[in-house]
Every structure is written in structure tokens, then in C-alpha cells.
Write a protein that binds this ligand. Structure first.
Ligand code: PLP
Length: 451
């Protein structure tokens, strides 16, 4: 009988990251300069990022070594467990086998330290003293705060106002790891002051917070910027998840038919999917890949594949993404980490070529899935991860319907111990199911640059 938990052997922490750019049949459309609309070179990113990360951003090397110092910190929680959800399978009475890769065991409780530690390391190597960043629900901010504390770097976090108010403990976590945290929109930047002038009650958005952090980094010699998702180098660092999962699935004697991840900016989904996708790109496998997003922020399922800014103020390079428009103001759903207006260009490229499918769900069915998961598997999932659980349960139910054995793996990207207010609201019947209106997408498309 296969054991439920697989061996956690630190020699199995991957020694390299997998770069899917090396295996693409056609490269994704390049980022463009916001003014000239010409493709930008690596030097355009130099004020914001250390050179080594810029090289990774544009690299076409298949494998990039994980530095020893980074692996040493990964040892604190990696390899993460791969668990077969036998109790959930039983509750669903499904012939499907459901596995989940649990990233909630990291110090900040999500997959995000996989890249935060790598990014802090390269900044340290290049003499950077301070990092500015934004955070939505606080998972990225706390992950970066943790990583900066390991390398003795100062950090400043612009935290989306609604989360700052709703999730005070995420703020405490950042502060205990030494970050200085401010609610965004803030008075500390031009971008923030402009938004506040127009709407003093603004809830903020990830796009606004990005504008603030980018401006902070661009204005200060000692400061660089750091992004927790979307960019190629972030997705690259997350591939430790999928590489470990491939080995662990081998130990279980299985290979997935379906790989599922929730998608905000696309990094945890890509981190699990890309190493498996490599084998599909090589023509060896027919694996399906499903990205699950909230119905209230449906960039893949309702957005248009257009060049758009990464932030609200229009300071970033233009990237080709499925986008709801950079002016998107998300409703205050609990899955704060899934409220970005667009999606990683690399994931969008693969989606546009048909390698990845996408699905969207409103929050109630996701919490319903997460409650069943907690009652069977015992883990209280992050509201973001509940989307992946919903996706996996529906795949398992479809397998039952079809009388098929189907092997499913999903990324349980984080735990929900700091999101109990969300569960409380769900259990109290207070959650509203928003569907983002198509008219709003059409309206926002008018503010996109014409390329
Ligand atoms: C941030 C976050 C996400 C969404 O970000 P991606 O880049 O799409 O992975 C999902 N789950 C958790 C737990 C998060 O913290």
C-alpha cells in the first residue's frame, strides 16, 4: 500500500530551475517600450531589477542553476509534500486519484518565498540595500519581508488598502520580518497622491500599488523593485514545485492526466505546470493543464489578448497579456491574490496556443470546495487555492460521471490561517458571487494603447 505522504529528502530539492522559453516552438511576443512601442532591451529594466534577474527574464537557457545559498534557505521547507487526497476521493466517491502539492508549509504560508528568496539573493549579490514592492492580500509582501530578513536587506511594502484593513495580521507578519508597510494608495508617491486626490476612499488595487513601488524604486539609487508574479523570472523560480512533483509522482507510480493551478498572476500555476508541460511540448504526453481564476477577475476567460501596462499609472513596459484593462478595479473578493487585471505573458502565450485551458468560478463554490477539503484532508486552504480545489473536485466528478480513472494533481498554493475572516463570511452566508460584466471589459479596452 502506497504511503500517503512521500519521503521528504532534502537532497531532492531541485538544483536548477526549468526555463520553458527553451522549449517553445514560437517565442512569446516581446515587451514593448511604453512610449515608442519598440521592443525593449534588457537595459530598459536595469533601473528596476538586478542584472542577473534581467538575464533570467530574457534567457533561453533550458536550465538555470539554483545558487547554493538559495537552496540552503529552501531547505527550511522544501521539498514540499505531495499528498494523495484519499479522504476527499472517498467523499466524492470518484474513481479519480487526486494529488496535491502543498506549498503552505513555507515560512509565509504560500509558494511565494520560492521566488522571494531567489530575488533577495540576486539583489544582495549586486549590492542593493533596499527593495520596494507591492502586495495584494499580503502573501507576497510577507514572503519578500522574510527573504529580505534572511539577507539583511531593507524592504518597503505598498499594501493594497482593502487588504491592509481586512488582513491586519499579514501586516504584522511583514513587520515582524522587518518590513515597513504602508496602505496603498499612499501619500508617499506621486502615483498614490494622484489616486487619493481623485478618490480619497479608494480601496486600492494591485495595479496602483505596483505604480507606487515602481516609482519608489525608480526614484532611489539604493532601491530596486521586486515583483511576486507575472514576470518570466518569477515563473522560472517557481518551477521547483513542478520538478519535485514529477519525482514524487514517479515515487507514487503515477503520472497526471490533468494539472491544475489557481491563477492570479500565473506563477504558482506555471510553477507546477511548466515541468510537466515540457513533456507535452516534446510530444511525449497528452496531459491537460487547467488554470482556474475568479469569475470576478476573469483575465484569461474574458479578457482580450492585447498589449497592456502591468500597472494602473502606465509606468511599466507594455506586455502582451489576456487583460481586463489596466484601469480594472476589482471587487473586494477574499481571494486578494487573484485580483490582478492581467496574467503572466508566458502563461498567456501558452494559453493562446491551446496548451493550457482556463476556467472561472465565483467565490461561493470555491469556499464550498475548500470547506469539504478541510473536512476531509484537514488543511484550511487559502481562498486563492480554493479555486484550484474547486477545479480538481470538478475534474474528479467529471471522471466519475464518465466512469473513468483520471489522475489529477493540483497546486495547494497556500494555507488559509490568516484568512479565517473569509471563511467566517462564507459560513455566515455573506459572500456575494460577482461575475465581471463584459461591458466593463469593452469599456476598459478603450484605454489600451493601440499597437
Ligand atoms: C499570491 C497567491 C496566489 C496567486 O498568485 P499566482 O502568481 O497566480 O500564483 C495564489 N495562491 C496563493 C496562496 C497566493 O499567495
Amino acid at each position: 500500500m502506497a504511503t500517503k505522504k512521500f519521503l521528504l529528502d532534502e537532497s531532492r530539492i531541485p538544483e536548477r530551475w526549468y526555463n520553458i522559453a527553451a522549449d517553445l516552438k514560437s517565442p512569446p511576443p516581446p515587451p514593448l517600450h511604453p512610449g515608442t512601442h519598440e521592443p525593449i532591451g534588457p537595459e530598459a529594466l536595469a533601473p528596476l531589477f538586478p542584472m542577473e534577474l534581467i538575464k533570467q527574464e530574457v534567457s533561453s537557457e533550458r536550465y538555470i542553476p539554483v545558487p547554493d545559498e538559495v537552496r540552503e534557505i529552501y531547505r527550511l521547507w522544501r521539498p514540499t509534500p505531495l499528498i494523495r487526497a484519499t479522504a476527499l476521493e472517498k467523499a466524492l466517491d470518484t474513481p479519480a486519484h487526486i494529488y496535491y502539492k502543498y506549498e503552505g508549509v513555507s515560512p509565509s504560508g504560500s509558494h511565494k518565498p520560492n521566488t522571494a528568496v531567489a530575488q533577495a539573493y540576486y539583489n544582495k549579490q549586486e549590492g542593493v540595500k533596499r527593495i520596494a514592492t507591492e502586495t495584494g492580500a499580503g502573501q507576497w509582501g510577507s514572503s519578500l519581508a522574510f527573504a529580505c530578513s534572511k539577507f539583511g536587506i531593507e524592504s518597503k511594502v505598498y499594501m493594497v488598502k482593502i487588504s491592509y484593513d481586512q488582513k491586519p495580521y499579514r501586516r504584522s507578519l511583514m513587520q515582524l520580518w522587518g518590513s515597513s508597510v504602508v496602505a496603498s494608495p499612499s501619500e508617499d508617491t506621486n502615483a498614490g497622491r494622484q489616486v487619493l486626490a481623485a478618490d480619497p476612499e479608494s480601496n486600492g488595487s494591485l495595479g496602483i500599488a505596483i505604480s507606487e513601488a515602481v516609482e519608489d524604486a525608480a526614484m532611489r539609487e539604493d532601491t530596486k523593485y521586486s515583483l511576486g508574479s507575472v514576470l518570466n523570472h518569477v515563473l522560472l523560480h517557481q518551477t521547483v514545485i513542478g520538478q519535485e512533483a514529477i519525482e514524487q509522482m514517479e515515487m507514487a507510480g503515477e503520472y497526471p492526466d490533468v494539472v491544475i493551478g489557481c491563477a492570479g498572476g500565473g506563477s504558482n500555476a506555471a510553477g507546477l505546470m511548466f515541468p510537466f508541460l515540457k513533456e507535452k511540448l516534446e510530444g511525449k504526453r497528452k496531459t491537460r493543464f487547467v488554470a482556474v481564476e475568479p469569475a470576478s477577475c476573469p483575465s484569461l476567460t474574458m479578457g482580450e489578448y492585447r498589449y497592456d501596462f502591468g500597472d494602473t499609472a502606465g509606468l511599466t513596459p507594455l506586455m502582451k497579456m489576456y487583460t481586463l484593462g489596466h484601469t480594472f478595479m476589482p471587487p473586494g473578493i477574499h481571494a486578494g491574490g487573484l485580483r490582478y487585471h492581467a496574467m503572466a505573458p508566458m502563461l498567456c502565450h501558452l494559453y493562446s496556443e491551446g496548451y493550457i485551458e482556463a476556467k472561472s468560478y465565483p467565490q461561493n463554490p470555491c469556499f464550498e470546495a475548500a470547506v469539504l477539503f478541510a473536512q476531509t484532508e484537514g488543511i484550511v486552504a487559502a481562498p486563492e487555492s480554493s479555486h484550484a480545489i474547486r477545479g480538481a473536485i470538478d475534474e474528479a466528478l467529471a471522471a466519475k460521471e464518465a466512469g473513468q480513472k483520471r489522475t489529477i494533481i493540483f497546486n495547494l498554493s497556500g494555507h488559509g490561517f490568516l484568512d479565517l475572516q473569509a471563511y467566517d463570511d462564507y459560513l455566515g452566508g455573506k459572500l456575494i458571487d460577482d461575475h465581471y460584466p463584459a461591458e466593463k471589459v469593452a469599456e476598459a479596452m478603450k484605454s489600451l494603447p493601440v499597437i
